[in-house]
Design a protein around this ligand. Structure first.
Ligand code: BDP
Length: 618
């Protein structure tokens, strides 16, 4: 294991550099093809004591099945809950994935075609080989990475393509989230070489290839990145764009913006410029407008000297975001966040991307009248952001800076990596109209005096960060972690919390977490902790205060959590965290009905609802 850790750290250093290329979501177009190579892969965990056998024996050089026993593994999925083997569930170190795919012959033959291998995400540290040749490595578990594999394919065995991916879930003081590996040296209690992974976050450290693996093509001279920024004045929308093209220094760029009915509403030549849209349809959040989530379609064409044209189409929502000392404004109108915190988490698949789950979750959010969610505690799949764009669900986009509690995670290496991850996140998500805020970290111990080793922070924005942020997000668990059982104290304590933060910083506040565990089906009246009645009572007491303070400077409330989720095993978790208002299988607890009534009531007071949506449950 020590070797694996060493490998991990060495790689961290080599990858901590500024980003150069863009990371457009792969889509098909007249010039681009996409081939999804997710599905059934084969898998082998390196169970050698140092977890280094795979590298020593070069498992990437030959078919994985020739190196030893392999099992089937679905991609995307976490590997942890797929087998009946607790060792696989709790495995720490390198696991190996492999799949043989066919690459269309014309991709290989046409030397003007660029072939890219892209992994939506793999947790945490990955190395990729194609036909035994290393093509890239990536640090970080929640963002995509890719490699141009045209050269390798053309040099090796042509259109047969053996993809090998080694993934290591070890977390160190310098990863995001951080963790430590602890060796247990007391031989009367632990066998030789025994170690555990310690973390300071409250969700299971699911691992594996979590998002789709794709092959896609572009012409050699290709659109590498597009950045749009939008604003409007009266009925004129303005879309400034910046297109970067790689592989040609003189490509002619043309940009066309079309409305939903296909009408061209503006166009321009050149890689930078501003498009003017008359009678603009703004992008509005769900429940704030009769016609929310309006998306234009921006087609970018780049024609290189050789006459080849690359085409990429980007959905564009025209909207503005502003923050005053008491309000959050979308399109200059006050927006109140009534929403949820989520996790990418489900039975069997763990953190593996799953369309049925994504669509079900959006249906549930819309059912309960939620207009927003926070991607606690890491970036979610880009497909989820695209859904949010299309449904008008507003997103606070969080980086995986969670559980940063150890003083040793505040050094320069950690900082450099945190900056790289933020850059990767912004590069990926900057064009999504649904994303209105970046969250840099959850509950870091940033208030910690340098000499202290570990401190537990209660709020997402602790005092040292507050001067630098636009919105103060506070997590608190009155009557749960503080004064357990005493719901009668919530009113006083919550009022004090809000007044203190606002008094000190005069910035708008979101209650970014609050809640209580409820084991579904457990009841008591008067309420007791862990029952559905207790969860409801906590929520009601918080809501009373929110209703006073939202007239002043509180701009949102996000329940912790949307659904029950898996955690590591501990004496405070009964098969996971039960603060969901839905169970892990997405069935409502009593708290879900309470929130549903509340969110629709708030929407009816503050938004402009389409007639079909008026008072659906009041
Ligand atoms: C909060 C954390 C969240 C936990 C929650 C809890 O931000 O990740 O799951 O506590 O303990 O402080 O339920």
């Amino acid at each position: 294991m020590r070797a694996a850790e060493r490998l991990l750290l060495a790689a961290l250093c080599s990858v901590c550099q500024a980003l150069q290329d863009g990371m457009l979501f792969p889509t098909e177009s007249p010039s681009r093809e996409v081939k999804d190579v997710s599905g059934l892969w084969i898998f082998r965990a390196d169970e050698s004591p140092e977890r280094s056998r795979g590298f020593e024996q070069q498992w990437y050089k030959s078919p994985l099945a020739e190196t030893g026993p392999v099992i089937d593994m679905p991609v995307p999925s976490s590997y942890n809950d797929i087998t009946q083997d607790a060792q696989i569930r709790d495995f720490i170190g390198w696991v190996w994935y492999e799949k043989d795919v066919w690459v269309p012959a014309r991709w290989i033959q046409d030397r003007g075609t660029r072939i890219v291998l892209r992994v939506g995400s793999a947790h945490y540290y990955s190395v990729l080989w194609v036909n035994g040749v290393k093509v890239t490595e990536h640090v970080g578990g929640h963002l995509p990475f890719e490699a141009d594999i045209s050269g390798v394919l053309r040099q090796t065995s042509g259109n047969q393509c053996r993809i090998t991916i080694a993934v290591n879930n070890t977390l160190t003081l310098e990863t995001l989230p951080p963790g430590t590996i602890q060796y247990m040296t007391d031989r009367s209690r632990y066998p030789a070489g025994y170690f555990v992974q310690n973390t300071n976050f409250d969700f299971f450290n699911y691992a594996g290839i979590h998002r789709p693996v794709l092959l896609y093509t572009t012409p050699k001279a290709h659109i590498d990145d597009i950045t749009v920024e939008t604003t409007f004045s009266d009925n004129i929308g303005l879309v400034s764009f910046n297109v970067s093209v790689l592989g040609s220094s003189k490509a002619a760029v043309k940009v066309t913006l079309s409305a939903q009915d296909g009408r061209c509403v503006a166009s321009a030549d050149g890689s930078r410029g501003v498009l003017k849209v008359t009678d603009v349809n703004l992008w509005w959040p769900y429940l704030m407008h009769e016609n929310p989530a309006y998306l234009y379609s921006m087609e970018v064409q780049a024609t290189a000297e050789d006459g080849q044209t690359d085409v990429y189409t980007l959905p564009v929502g025209i909207r503005t975001v502003k923050v005053t000392s008491t309000q959050f404004l979308i399109n200059n109108k006050p927006f109140y966040f009534h929403g949820v915190n989520k996790h990418e988490d489900a039975d069997i698949r763990g953190k593996g991307f799953d369309w049925p789950l994504v669509v079900k979750d959006f249906n549930l959010m819309k059912w309960m009248g939620a207009n927003s969610f926070r991607t606690s505690h890491y970036p979610y799949a880009e497909e989820i952001l695209q859904m949010a764009d299309r449904h008008g669900i507003v997103i606070i986009d969080e980086c995986p800076g969670v559980g940063i509690k150890d003083i040793r995670s505040f050094g320069n290496v950690s900082l450099a990596h945190h900056l790289t991850v933020m850059e990767e996140l912004v590069r990926r998500d900057k064009n999504h109209p649904s994303v209105v805020m970046w969250s840099v970290a959850n509950e870091p111990a940033s208030e910690m005096p340098p000499e202290e080793k570990t401190v537990f922070a209660d709020s997402l924005c602790s005092a040292r960060q507050a001067p630098y942020v636009d919105v103060i997000c506070v997590n608190s668990y009155f009557s749960w972690y503080q004064d357990p059982g005493h719901t009668e104290l919530i009113g006083l304590q919550l009022n004090t919390q809000f007044d203190n933060w606002y008094g000190k910083y005069q910035k708008p506040i979101i209650q970014s977490e609050y809640g209580a565990d409820a084991v579904p089906g457990l009841h008591s009246d008067p309420p007791m902790m862990f029952t559905e009645e207790y969860q409801k009572t906590v929520l009601q007491n918080y809501h009373n205060v929110f209703d006073q303070k939202r007239k002043e400077f509180v701009i949102g409330e996000l329940i912790w959590n949307f659904a029950d989720f898996m955690t590591s095993q501990s004496i405070i978790r009964v098969v996971g965290n039960k603060k969901g208002i839905f169970t892990r299988q997405r069935q409502p607890k009593a708290g879900a009905f309470l929130l549903r009534e509340r969110y629709w009531r708030i929407a009816n007071e503050t938004g402009v609802l389409p007639t079909w949506a008026r008072y659906p449950c009041l």
